[in-house]
Design a binder for this molecule. Structure first.
Ligand SMILES: *Cc1c(COP(=O)(O)O)cnc(C)c1O
Length: 410
């Protein structure tokens, strides 16, 4: 939805420079059209029996969640707080699934009282805890064990989750015993099996590899008289952060996975996050100062690692583009924030036209794991967020004030 009108970079029909002037920088900007298009590319290709649960940890802004809830999305949550946000945004509890290795008793109780659809259980002790709390509340619930299928997608090590030796799920070789042992709990019903192998995966093969292992495990579980109705394939599909990358379409993921389970009469859940939110959002910022040091050129912006931590945390690449087309000669620059950390950078060694102080830059594809992961480190108030819809732009989160920095402190 990014496009140039003459020399001005626009999101849908709105000039980014006008957003910067109206709402101040740094600023998160989202395209409603892109967000809905991304969700519909899942929804329209998956068939009736499949539930698409948006992984709301990628972007949990209330307005964004509401748009997806209205489209009929389910939600993949990872904390009591996320369940609260999703219920507030209008998601049906019957479409909420809940994963996470460290669900507390309070979170489990909250999820049970709100009658979420299913727990994605990551350890045997967790299942015992859910059963006990459900008994106390005189209720029953449904669960899937999250299994770790030991596949190795080629992605950053911090976002690999389905490889042996990570903290996630239970080893797939223990799955049959886990399901059999679970029969002793009377307040939890085994309804599905879950796996989520990692994030920013651009190759379908590891998904298929995991599905094949899960198929084999299910057949062993079902030999013992249990029925696994739902297969939850997790999220993880990547996006093209760079022009050299190509992301597979959801329809391709579906066809590969459905093919593995052909003729088995299963229901499916998918939990996409990044592939729905990432390219729908961008971080707009301003060049404050320029300087040269040690043979390098620096552009110092009013956005920093507290606003977008992905470059710092995962050495993630975000394309950075000036919002005015320029014929000026290009120089190699590091784009950095004002924070007192050498890790505070947004891009390194980027060829950008020579920019003046006060010019705006767009850090692209920051809609997932952007605002949601931001902090107020260095007492930098949380940013505002704006949703663009055609030619209109609406504030969907106010910028925090200095006073907000003291919120709850005593
Ligand atoms: C983070 C997460 C997802 C979403 O992953 P993406 O790579 O953003 O699609 C899905 N399921 C679980 C359990 C997760 O933890």
């Amino acid at each position: 939805m990014l496009n140039f009108k003459r020399n001005d970079l626009c999101l849908e029909d709105v000039k980014l420079s006008s957003l910067a002037e109206k709402f101040q920088t740094a600023l998160y900007v989202y395209s409603k059209k892109q967000l809905l298009e991304n969700f519909r590319s899942y929804k329209d290709a998956c068939g009736k029996e499949t539930l698409i649960c948006f992984a709301c940890k990628t972007n949990s802004n209330a307005a964004i969640l509401k748009l997806l809830a209205n489209e009929g999305a389910g939600a993949d949550t990872t904390s009591g707080g996320e369940i609260f946000r999703c219920l507030s945004a209008g998601f049906s509890p019957s479409k909420i699934v809940y994963a996470g290795v460290g669900k507390t008793a309070e979170e489990i109780e909250y999820a049970l009282k709100n009658k979420i659809f299913m727990f994605n259980v990551e350890s045997f002790e967790e299942l015992a805890a859910i059963d006990k709390i459900a008994a106390k509340l005189k209720t029953k619930t449904r669960f899937a064990f999250r299994v770790n299928p030991d596949v190795d997608p080629s992605t950053h090590s911090y976002i690999k989750t389905g490889k042996k030796g990570t903290k996630f799920g239970i080893p797939i070789e223990d799955a049959v015993n886990a399901y059999l042992n679970a029969k002793k709990y009377k307040n939890v019903e085994a309804l599905g099996i879950h796996s989520h192998i990692g994030s920013q995966i651009l190759d379908i093969k590891p998904f298929k590899e995991a599905a094949l292992k899960i198929k084999k495990t299910i057949s062993e579980i079902e030999k013992n008289g249990l029925r696994i109705e739902y297969i939850n394939c997790g999220g993880g599909l990547g996006i093209a952060y760079q022009k050299s990358q190509k992301a597979p379409l959801p329809s391709k993921l579906f066809s590969e996975i459905f093919n593995v389970f052909k003729g088995e009469n299963r229901k499916f859940i998918f939990e996409p996050g990044r592939s729905i939110a990432a390219n729908a959002g961008h971080l707009l910022c301003k060049v404050i100062y320029r300087k040269k040091s040690g043979g390098k050129s620096f552009l110092i912006t009013d956005a920093a690692m507290n606003d977008l931590i992905r470059p710092t945390l995962y050495e993630a690449y975000h394309d950075i583009i000036p919002v005015k087309k320029s014929a000026a000669k290009k120089v190699k620059s590091d784009i950095v924030g004002p924070i007192c950390e050498s890790g505070d950078f947004l891009g390194k060694d980027r060829m950008l036209p020579v920019l003046a102080q006060g010019e705006y830059l767009l850090i692209t594809c920051a809609g997932a794991y952007g605002a949601a992961m931001s902090s107020q480190y260095n007492s930098r108030p949380m940013l505002a967020e704006v949703l663009v819809d055609g030619a209109s732009a609406k504030l969907i989160r106010k910028r925090n004030s200095y006073k907000d920095l003291l919120f709850n402190e005593m």
